[in-house]
Ligand binder design. Structure first.
Ligand code: G3P
Ligand code: CA
Length: 331
C-alpha cells in the first residue's frame, strides 16, 4: 500500500473522536452533528454488530456503560454482568436511551468525566452505521464541506467467536455508500493486526476495494486483541514486534498509517519543560505512514504534567512530535 497514500487536505488534521464527545454523549447523532459544525477533517465511528447482523455506532461491544439496558432488559446480562450488543436485535437497541458514560461505584452511577454533559439528561439513541454515514454525507451536501469517515472495527475477535464477520459487514456498507479506494475520504482502523492484514490482503481485493487503513496500537494488557483457547477462554496476545526495529516496515506493508496511544509518542513520565519523544513518528514517516495518536482530552484531569494546558499539549504533538493529526474529544 506504500506509495499510494492519499494525502490529507492540510498537513495537520483533526479527527472528532466519538463525535464532539467532550460536549455531548459519545457516538450519538447530536454529538456527530455538533462535531460536524466544528469542521474537523474526519468524524470517528466505533462499530459493533447486533444479533440480527446490523451495524451500530457504539464504543463498547456491550451496552451497559452508556444506555439504560439494565433497566429495560434486566434479565439479558451474561454471566459477567454485561449486556452485549450482539445479544440484542436492532429493534431492541433502538428502544434504549443513551447517556453520557458512567461507572458503578459503591452501587451508584458516577459519570466518567465529571465536567461533561450530565448523565440521563435529554434523550439520545444508538445510531446505526448507515444513519450516521447518511447524516455526514447529507451535511457534506448541504454545508459544502468534505468531511470524512474514520470507522473503527471493534473487537473482531469477539464477533468472530460469535460467528459474525464484522469486517466484511463494514466493508459492504462502505462500498454501498461509495467509499471504495484510496481517494475516498476515509481511514478504516482497528487494533487487531491480523484482521487489518486480512482486510488488506483478502477482503478488500475480493470486493474490489482499496481503502486507506490505520493500525491502532494499544498496550497489550488492554485486551484489545484477543485469541480463544481450546476451552473457549479469551487471552490477550502480545504485539511487541510493532515496537521493535523493523516493526513499522512490517506494518507499512498493509497499513497507510498508525494510531498509537499518545504516550507511545511523548512519554508521560516527562516532567514539565522537558519533553521526551520516542522515535515512533520518525519511523512511521520513514515507512510512508501517517501518525494519528489518541486520545486528546481537554478535561482538567487529562492534561499531562509536561504541559500547562490542552493547547500546550496540541502544540507539543503537532509541532515538536510532528504527528499528522489527532483523535480528540474536543474537535
Ligand atoms: O480509534 C482511536 C481511539 O478511539 C482508540 O481508542 O478506545 O477510544 O476506541 P478507543
Ligand atoms: Ca475508536
Amino acid at each position: 500500500s506504500m506509495g499510494a497514500v492519499a494525502q490529507p487536505n492540510t498537513d495537520k488534521i483533526v479527527i472528532a473522536h466519538r463525535g464532539a464527545s467532550g460536549y455531548l454523549p459519545e457516538h450519538t447523532l447530536p454529538a456527530k452533528a455538533l462535531a460536524y459544525g466544528m469542521k474537523p477533517d474526519y468524524i470517528e465511528q466505533d462499530v459493533v454488530m447486533t444479533k440480527d447482523d446490523k451495524l451500530v455506532v457504539l464504543h463498547d461491544h456491550y451496552l451497559d456503560r452508556v444506555t439504560n439496558v439494565a433497566t429495560l432488559f434486566p434479565d439479558r446480562a451474561r454471566k459477567d454482568g454485561r449486556y452485549y450488543a450482539i445479544d440484542f436485535t436492532l429493534a431492541e437497541i433502538k428502544q434504549l436511551s443513551v447517556t453520557e458514560g458512567f461507572n458503578i461505584k459503591e452501587g451508584k452511577q458516577v459519570q466518567g468525566f465529571s465536567e461533561r454533559f450530565p448523565i440521563w439528561k435529554s434523550h439520545f439513541t444508538v445510531p446505526t452505521f448507515q444513519e450516521e454515514i447518511e447524516m455526514i454525507q447529507g451535511l457534506n451536501k448541504t454545508l459544502g464541506y468534505d468531511i470524512g469517515l474514520y470507522p473503527e472495527i471493534k473487537a473482531p475477535w469477539f464477533h468472530r467467536h460469535e460467528g459474525k464477520d464484522i469486517s466484511k459487514a463494514v466493508l459492504t456498507v462502505l462500498k454501498q455508500y461509495g467509499y471504495t479506494d484510496k481517494n475516498s475520504n476515509i481511514y478504516l482502523q482497528t487494533f487487531d493486526f491480523n484482521e487489518l492484514k486480512r482486510i488488506n490482503d483478502q477482503l478488500m481485493p475480493a470486493m474490489g476495494m482499496d481503502l486507506n487503513l490505520v493500525q491502532l496500537m494499544a498496550e497489550t494488557d488492554w485486551n484489545e486483541t484477543m485469541v480463544y483457547d481450546k476451552l473457549g477462554k479469551a487471552h490477550a496476545y502480545s504485539y511487541d514486534w510493532m515496537f521493535k526495529p523493523g516493526g513499522m516496515k512490517t506494518l507499512s506493508q498493509y497499513a497507510d498509517g498508525i494510531g498509537p496511544w499518545k504516550p507511545m509518542i511523548v512519554k508521560d513520565s516527562s516532567t514539565l519543560g522537558h519533553i521526551e519523544l520516542t522515535d515512533m513518528v520518525k519511523n512511521a514517516h520513514a515507512n510512508g505512514m501517517v501518525v494519528h495518536p489518541y486520545t486528546f482530552r481537554a478535561d482538567k484531569d487529562r492534561i499531562p504534567a509536561y504541559v500547562k494546558d490542552y493547547n500546550g499539549m496540541l502544540e507539543v504533538f503537532y509541532n515538536q512530535a510532528d504527528v499528522d493529526g489527532v483523535f480528540t474529544d474536543f474537535p
